[in-house]
Design a protein around this ligand. Structure first.
Ligand SMILES: *[C@@H]1O[C@H](CO)[C@@H](O)[C@H](O)[C@H]1NC(C)=O
Ligand SMILES: *[C@@H]1O[C@H](CO)[C@@H](O)[C@H](O)[C@H]1NC(C)=O
Length: 328
């Protein structure tokens, strides 16, 4: 009888701990500071196996667009995810075109309205903070919402993330690359995982950087050319011929920003989601883009690592890149 009662009790506890408990917060008309400000902190309920952040939204003073938000996962002292909202939403150079959105990202208002629904798993706790950019005055108004759910699995069209998976953000922030330089968008020495999303923002002398092919190395030590992921930059973002159809915001990809700044400088940005076509890796991962590209003697691109014939006249480019990669 006692054994029976005990099993019943354990069963009730187990069932309860696996409940889809939703958590989160909404902060209205609050203040963000230059010093890091805590926005939300959550520790899993007793017995819950894991949690997942499912939503981020914010608006407020223009300085909020440039603010830096951090996700501290499982008690990290250095946040593994730290972003600005416009790059989180895939719109380089803080492009304020609105409204637009996909199920994953978007901007629902001219002023702010940035949102993101990437799944951010954790095993114990999550802490979200924000701080104004150094260039801002102290103390600006912010509205912000974050939300998630305990024990909620994350699946992408037939593939379910292992419960121990983590989302990691690999960044390049305003780094300068010479013509034909390789740009290492993600570099993960060991482990398994999948490339989930990528945003690229480039300023350059002309558009010839768009010749650059993307290469994935699904094992870290794999040799060039690895997996040729695209035959040019615009091809990776599901367009063609230097985006001759203009800007767009598809579910899977977007061309989000273009500005001819001076006769010799232009800005461009785009995003790509990989939930429909994940790029898995099995033993470390490198994901590389090239600032312009070359063809071999027959005129074929993406297959020459060094030497070759330059396509057009790519210039130095300043590159900002986010790559969101699940690892386990
Ligand atoms: C790249 O950044 C440097 C340093 O800020 C700047 O001098 C240069 O003009 C930039 N180049 C382009 C193409 O935007
Ligand atoms: C930019 O290009 C236009 C058209 O070719 C030319 O008229 C203008 O003088 C140029 N401006 C500069 C600053 O070089």
């Amino acid at each position: 009888m006692r054994v029976w009662l005990l099993s019943l009790l354990l069963c009730v506890v187990a069932t309860k701990s696996q409940e889809l408990q939703t958590f989160g917060t909404g902060l209205s008309s609050q203040r963000l500071h230059k010093a890091e400000t805590e926005i939300f902190s959550y520790t899993l309920s007793a017995g819950a196996t894991f949690g997942v952040l499912t939503h981020f939204w914010t608006t407020g003073d223009a300085a909020i667009d440039q603010s830096i938000f951090s996700y501290y996962i499982d008690g990290e002292s250095v946040p593994s995810i730290q972003f600005v909202t416009y790059m989180l939403a895939g719109a380089g150079f803080n492009d304020r075109s609105a409204p637009w959105g996909t199920k994953w990202i978007g901007k629902g208002a001219k002023s702010g309205g940035w949102f993101n629904n990437f799944r951010v798993p954790f095993q114990k706790s999550i802490r979200v903070t924000g701080r104004l950019p150094d260039t801002s005055g102290d103390d600006k108004i912010i509205w912000i919402i974050v939300r998630g759910t305990e024990n909620l699995p994350t699946s992408f069209h037939g593939f379910t993330l292992p419960p121990t998976a983590r989302l990691t953000l690999h960044k390049i922030e305003s780094a300068t690359y010479d013509p034909l330089a390789w740009v290492r968008v993600a570099d993960i020495p060991t482990g398994r995982g999948l490339l989930f999303s990528h945003t690229l923002a480039v300023s350059s002398g002309n558009l010839n950087f768009l010749e650059g092919c993307y290469h994935a190395y699904t094992q870290h030590e794999q040799q060039f050319p690895g997996l040729i992921v695209s035959t040019g930059t615009e091809d990776y973002f599901d367009s063609a011929f230097y985006f001759d159809g203009g800007q767009f915001h598809f579910d899977v990809s977007g061309f989000t920003h273009f500005q001819q700044v001076t006769n010799t400088t232009l800005e461009w940005s785009a995003y790509r989601m990989h939930d429909l076509d994940p790029i898995f890796f099995t033993n470390g991962f490198r994901f590389e883009w090239r600032n312009g590209d070359v063809v071999d003697d027959r005129g074929f691109k993406c297959i020459v690592d060094q030497g070759g014939h330059v396509v057009g006249s790519p210039t130095q480019s300043n590159v900002t890149s986010y790559a969101w990669v699940y690892v386990w």
